[in-house]
Ligand binder design. Structure first.
Ligand code: NDP
Length: 254
C-alpha cells in the first residue's frame, strides 16, 4: 500500500465544498431528465443506454482500484467491494433493462456529467479504500460501525429496489406517462427510492469508515434531496387527489 497522497486532504475538502454548491444549484434547477426533461438541453439518447453509460464507470474504476491496491488478503476489502458491486452492477447492467414501457429519453449532457461523476467518485472511493489506506484488520468485521453500516446498507438497498420495482409496475408495455405510486414507503413519502439510496450510502460510509465514502454519502444527499422535493411538488401539482399526508423524502419530516 502506498499511503494517502499529500493532495488528498485538499482534494476531499474541495469535493465536499463542490457538493454544497451543487446542492444549492439543484434547489434552483431540477436536473432535466425523466419527468423534469425540458427543451434546450441538447440531443437526447435512450434512457436505458444512458443509465448504462452513466453508471458503468463506477464499476470499472472500483475494479481498477482493487486490482491496483491488491488487498486480496483482507476480508474487509472484499466486503466493501461486494457491497459496491451489488449496488452498481444492478444499477448499470440490470435495472435499465427491467424497466417496462418507454422511459423518457435523457439529454446527453446529463449522461456525460453522470459518467464523469461516477468515474471520479469511483476512483476516489476505490483508491481511498483499496490503494491509499492499508487493509483494516479482521477485527473490523465485528466492529459495531461495520456491522451497523452493513445493516443500514442492506436495509437502504431493499427499500430502494422495492420502491423502483413499484414504479416499474406502473407502466405497461409501450406506455410512457406517470401514475401515483402506492404501497410500502410510498404511504409516507413520494421518493422512497431516493430515501433508500441515501440510507445505503450513509451505511457504506459508516462501514468503510473513510472520508471518500463519507463524501459520497454527502453528494448523494445533496443530489437526491432537492430532486425528491422537485418530484414531490410535481406530483402535488399534477394529481389533484395526491395523498395529502405524504412527505417528499423523510417520513413525517420532510
Ligand atoms: P425516478 O423515481 O425519477 O424514476 C425511476 C424510473 O421510474 C424511471 O424509469 C421513471 O420514468 C419511472 N417512474 C418514476 N415515477 C413514475 C411514475 N409516477 N409513474 C410511472 N413511472 C414512473 O428515479 P431516477 O430515474 O432519478 O433514479 C433511478 C434510480 O437511480 C433510483 O433508484 C435512484 O435512487 C438512483 N439514483 C441515484 C443517484 C445518486 O446520486 N446516487 C442519482 C440519481 C438516481 P421516466 O424516466 O420516464 O421519468
Amino acid at each position: 500500500m502506498n499511503g494517502a497522497p499529500s493532495w488528498l486532504g485538499a482534494a476531499l475538502t474541495g469535493w465536499f465544498a463542490l457538493s454544497a454548491l451543487v446542492f444549492g444549484a439543484l434547489l434552483k434547477i431540477t436536473a432535466p431528465y425523466g419527468r423534469h426533461t425540458a427543451a434546450g438541453w441538447g440531443p437526447r439518447l435512450d434512457a436505458r443506454l444512458g443509465w448504462l453509460v452513466m453508471e458503468a464507470p463506477a464499476v470499472l474504476t472500483v475494479h481498477w482500484s482493487f486490482a491496483k491496491g491488491h488487498p486480496f488478503e483482507a476480508p474487509s476489502a472484499w466486503l466493501f467491494l461486494t457491497l459496491w458491486l451489488v449496488h452498481y452492477s444492478f444499477r448499470a447492467f440490470i435495472q435499465p433493462f427491467l424497466w417496462r414501457g418507454r422511459p423518457t429519453p435523457m439529454p446527453w449532457v446529463i449522461v456525460a456529467l453522470g459518467a464523469l461523476f461516477n468515474g471520479l467518485n469511483g476512483s476516489l472511493v476505490g483508491h481511498g479504500l483499496f490503494v491509499w489506506r492499508g487493509p483494516l484488520g479482521d477485527g473490523w468485521l465485528s466492529d459495531p460501525r461495520c456491522v451497523l453500516g452493513v445493516l443500514l446498507f442492506v436495509a437502504g438497498l431493499a427499500v430502494n429496489v422495492h420502491a423502483d420495482e413499484v414504479l416499474r409496475r406502473l407502466r405497461g408495455p409501450n406506455e410512457s406517462g406517470y401514475k401515483v405510486p402506492h404501497g410500502g414507503l410510498y404511504r409516507y413519502i413520494s421518493c422512497p427510492n431516493y430515501f433508500g439510496e441515501i440510507v445505503e450510502w450513509w451505511g457504506f460510509a459508516l462501514c468503510t469508515w473513510h472520508p471518500a465514502s463519507l463524501a459520497f454519502a454527502v453528494w448523494t444527499t445533496a443530489n437526491l434531496a432537492p430532486r425528491a422535493l422537485g418530484h414531490h411538488r410535481w406530483y402535488r401539482a399534477t394529481f389533484r387527489d395526491y395523498p395529502a399526508g405524504r412527505r417528499a423524502l423523510v417520513p413525517g419530516l420532510f
